[in-house]
Design a protein around this ligand. Structure first.
Ligand SMILES: [Zn+2]
Length: 191
């Protein structure tokens, strides 16, 4: 946890370095890995539509966002999050970066993500902006329930944090399937 809600560039850089080392350990950071095309940028504030995000990945950018300097295919970490008060702690910056790298993976490996096994695992396509009906225990976090892409990103975040070793507390079959999906995705990327 971070003591106050303002994030420095130094903090982002050290968290990014640590997460890239974890990505290396799970087999996603190597010579030629498309994940390395993602830059991690510090920005003062998020665009208005994402004002409560601790971080975000730009699958696409609107003309207004472009004027503000955002580019497609990168991770942005805002220094200050409008919805958070100065005294409110925000989550680990490493977790934010782990989560955003999942969106990067989907962005740079679109063919792998669009296969039917994504839908079979997460209940619908990656770009489905609606919640999926599944048992609560089939989701790794509350945020994962928002839509398939966030479910994928949240599961990926824990996967990378745990270096691919599934916590013994995970018992739900659907959640185990999501975990295994990420393992098989990494195998495909390494082929
Ligand atoms: Zn996300």
């Amino acid at each position: 946890m971070i003591k106050n809600s303002i994030i420095s560039l130094k903090l982002i850089n050290s968290a990014a370095f640590a997460v890239q080392d974890e990505l290396f350990k799970v087999g996603l950071w190597f010579e030629g890995s498309k994940l390395a095309e993602t830059e991690i940028y510090w920005c003062a504030l998020s665009p208005f539509s994402l004002s409560d995000a601790d971080g975000f990945f730009t699958h696409c950018v609107s003309p207004v966002q472009k004027i503000l300097g955002f580019e497609q295919g990168h991770i942005y970490i805002p220094s200050f999050v409008l919805s958070q008060k100065i005294w409110k702690k925000r989550g680990s910056i490493r977790d934010v970066i782990r989560h955003e790298y999942a969106h990067s993976l989907a962005h740079y490996y679109p063919k792998l993500i669009s296969k039917s096994d994504f839908k079979n695992t997460f209940g619908d396509d990656y770009y489905t902006y609606e919640p999926i009906k599944m048992k609560k225990k089939a989701f790794i976090s509350k945020y994962a329930r928002i839509m398939p892409m966030e479910d994928f990103a949240e599961t990926f975040m824990v996967y990378v944090r745990r270096k691919g070793i599934m916590p013994s507390t995970i018992k739900n079959k659907q959640l185990i399937k999501k975990w295994q999906y990420i393992s098989s995705l990494i195998n495909l990327i390494n082929k």
